[in-house]
Design a protein around this ligand. Structure first.
Ligand code: 5GP
Ligand code: MN
Length: 326
């Protein structure tokens, strides 16, 4: 993919030439998707741009603490001059309808599995979160960080790093977090809201997953279903961050969560300990992610997908165990 010599200048020019800007984040959005969407959207709005912020699944209620949440919609109403994606490693992450409708002008992301599908691609795999890339570069693109955009960006940084503790953390990410605090973000409040507070329904839902927990050698897995969500009165099809709780189990190399979406698709999440890069497994199923946290959406029945993925993951672990641990 050809990139202009001065990427930052090209983006600055694209921003200044566009009047109507569409920003899209990925399906089943997490804190970095929403934080980046709102952080960029608010910064562009403050520059006088007409903006639309879109996520195919809409905004999860847990992000209603962030300024601008009410702007997030499922489909754009206007015809944009410029289309930007945030935190999406491939076009499939936009959702099929959005991916078929729009050409992506600017792709901003930090996943090692990013396919550089934009006309301009800002892909920095050293960044802990897409929000970190935005916090660093928005001023270079003519958009200062404001008291409204700073909390959204810090939410992205805090959530993707699980509270500054993932193996990809850097001193630079902490400096960016400090800058965002100085720009008006309340770290303790955002941290508490995004990573500590949980609804009663979410914890009941975890319970269903915990009762089916299984282990074989250094692999742990479980599943969750629409019936579990219904029984717990949990709204949404996500895992309520269950995978991050499961990955705290000691003496395990890889943890897998199978989330039956109830539409013939299973959302699979992998988490691994340092030394096990699980992106090849996710890519094998047209998914993607990071070396220590990856996912894929696989068509099929739960039992089928579970058996197939467990087998391929066990094969992979065996290979790594035989002296090829990276
Ligand atoms: P999670 O398992 O929490 O959904 O996601 C872990 C990581 O993998 C995140 O960085 C997320 O963006 C990525 N990921 C999850 N599911 C998919 C998928 O279906 N496709 C791609 N390309 N990436 C995914
Ligand atoms: Mn991210």
């Amino acid at each position: 993919m050809n990139q202009p010599v001065n990427l930052d200048q090209s983006i600055r020019d694209a921003f200044s030439q566009a009047g109507k800007i569409l920003v899209i984040a990925h399906v089943r959005p997490d804190g970095d998707a929403i934080g980046s969407l709102l952080g960029l959207g608010l910064a562009l709005k403050e520059k006088g741009k007409q903006i639309e912020l879109v996520v195919e699944d809409g905004l999860p209620a847990s992000f209603k603490n962030l300024t601008g949440w009410e702007m997030v919609r499922k489909w754009p109403a206007m015809k944009p001059d410029l289309v930007i994606t945030v935190d999406c490693s491939d076009l499939g992450r936009l959702g099929d309808d959005l991916a078929n409708e729009f050409q992506v002008d600017i792709n901003i992301d930090h996943h090692i599995t990013n396919l550089n599908f934009g006309r301009l691609n800002v892909v920095d795999t050293r960044a802990v979160a897409t929000a970190e890339i935005l916090a660093t570069r928005l001023p270079m693109w003519g958009c200062p960080i404001s008291p409204a955009s700073a909390p959204a960006l810090l939410t992205g940084l805090v959530t993707d790093s699980l509270g500054f503790r993932t193996s990809n953390m850097t001193p630079q990410a902490l400096r960016v977090a400090a800058d965002l605090m100085e720009a008006g973000a309340d770290l303790p409040e955002l941290y508490q809201h995004a990573l500590v507070n949980r609804s009663f329904e979410a914890v009941k839902y975890w319970g269903a997953g915990f009762t089916r927990l299984q282990r074989m050698d250094r692999l742990v897995w479980t599943s969750i279903t629409p019936a579990d969500r219904q029984a717990a009165h949990y709204n949404g099809r996500d895992d309520a961050d269950m995978i991050n709780i499961l990955s705290a189990i000691n003496d395990i190399d890889v943890t897998i969560l199978f989330n039956d979406q109830g539409n013939g698709h299973i959302k699979v999440s992998w988490r691994s300990q340092p030394g096990f890069d699980i992106t090849p497994l996710a890519l094998q199923y047209n998914g993607g992610g990071h070396p220590a946290a990856a996912g894929a959406d696989i068509e099929g029945a739960l039992a089928e997908v579970e058996a197939e993925v467990l087998q391929s993951t066990r094969c992979y672990l065996k290979l790594k165990g035989n002296g090829q641990k990276s």
